[in-house]
Design a protein around this ligand. Structure first.
Ligand SMILES: *[C@@H]1O[C@H](CO)[C@@H](O)[C@H](O)[C@H]1NC(C)=O
Ligand SMILES: [Zn+2]
Length: 351
């Protein structure tokens, strides 16, 4: 058995102005490459990247891509020949070429593809593979999206098992000409930690807008990001009964506020769904509804309509007492979502 990669987590993110039904179709779903709202461009000094060819609205689906191939979480053969074999099974020559065109990290030296085809294929795979369900997959278009930390990334991707495809949504409004950036790792840590991880894992020194901050602004960002992480760790202790529901919800609100200051909008659907979970555990139906609506609002941006997670929080918003966590802790009136966070959310059918 071989451990093939340090899988990149599919990050979830978001901000919406409107409450939609999860069954509403993806209006702007691009059907073919000619309709994508971006092009692959040469970026001076930074290789290739994706640049928006028009304004892209927050929550818009910018790319839906099936995998070139998927690899299960554990394999029983040598990785290099396996990846090479999977690549040979890709039928379209252009798809194989797209794979071989991707960049890779291989220490210490660059490999000659003619002499070491299998090793090169493995290095490309390890550098570009993305977590997809239980396994990992290769998505050559998505793989062209460069990395940005914290407030610098503006698109997020998520794997949908049912559609067997990776979905990339705009986390923020993106202007025509702006580069699409996603995140390759959890960037809720200081610049020094982010940079050393990215250097080791992906072979570049991050020079994103956040890593390029100076002096006081850099220090403030580092502090916010490490505090957010610490709050997350503290929040997790609610699961072991170490903190009560009121403390847990107030921790979520602190995270939310720090993220507003930082401009870090990732993982908010998940965070609000945790709020709904905690509210349900403490039998506060009104709070469950509010947190669940907040989760729906952000999940729609992060994951798009029709995601299974949205169905779960819709169920919670409609029927708090049927939530799986309902009544599992002492009944308490717990806190509400941050002021203003639910602005623009229309009343749901289930009120
Ligand atoms: C691979 O790269 C070459 C050189 O940049 C380019 O001309 C070609 O179109 C690329 N092929 C694919 C399938 O992306
Ligand atoms: Zn950075």
């Amino acid at each position: 058995m071989h451990l093939l990669w340090l899988a990149v987590p599919a990050v979830v993110v978001g901000l919406a102005y409107k409450f939609y039904s999860a069954n509403e179709p993806e209006i702007h779903a691009p059907q073919s490459p000619s309709l994508y709202p971006f092009v692959v461009a040469d970026l001076p000094g930074r290789g290739k990247g994706l640049v928006a060819t028009r304004d892209i609205a927050q929550g818009e689906l910018v790319l839906r891509e099936p995998p070139l191939f998927l690899v299960p979480p554990s394999i029983s053969e040598e990785p290099a020949p396996l990846i090479w074999r999977l690549l040979q099974m890709v039928s379209a020559p252009a798809d194989r070429e797209a794979f071989l065109n991707l960049s890779y990290v291989h220490f210490p030296e660059v490999l000659d593809p003619a002499a070491y085809p299998e090793e090169v294929a493995l290095a490309i795979f390890q550098t570009n593979a993305v977590k997809a369900g239980d396994g990992v997959g290769i998505f050559p278009r998505m793989a062209r999206i460069n990395h940005g930390c914290s407030s610098a990334f503006n698109v997020v991707y998520t794997w949908r098992e049912r559609e067997h495809a990776l979905f990339v949504h705009a986390l923020k409004n993106i202007r025509k000409g702006q580069e699409l950036l996603t995140t390759y790792t959890d960037t809720k840590r200081s610049r020094q930690e982010r940079r050393s991880f990215l250097w080791q894992q992906y072979g570049f020194e991050c020079a994103c807008a956040v890593c390029s901050l100076h002096a006081a602004a850099l220090q403030a960002s580092d502090e916010r990001l490490t505090r957010i992480s610490r709050h997350y760790t503290y929040l997790a202790t609610w699961g072991h009964g170490k903190i009560n529901g009121v403390e847990a919800i107030s921790t979520i609100n602190k995270i939310w506020e720090l993220e507003d200051e930082e401009g870090y909008w990732s993982e908010r659907g998940r965070l609000a769904a945790d709020g709904a979970w905690i509210a349900a555990a403490h039998s506060d139906a009104a709070a469950v509804r509010l947190w669940a609506q907040l989760a729906i609002k952000w999940y729609i941006i992060e994951l798009g309509h029709g995601s299974d997670l949205i169905r779960e929080v819709e169920q919670a918003a409609g029927y708090p007492e049927q939530h799986p966590a309902w009544g599992s802790r002492e009944p308490t009136k717990i806190g509400r979502p941050p002021a203003g966070s639910l602005d623009g959310v229309l009343t749901t059918n289930h009120s």
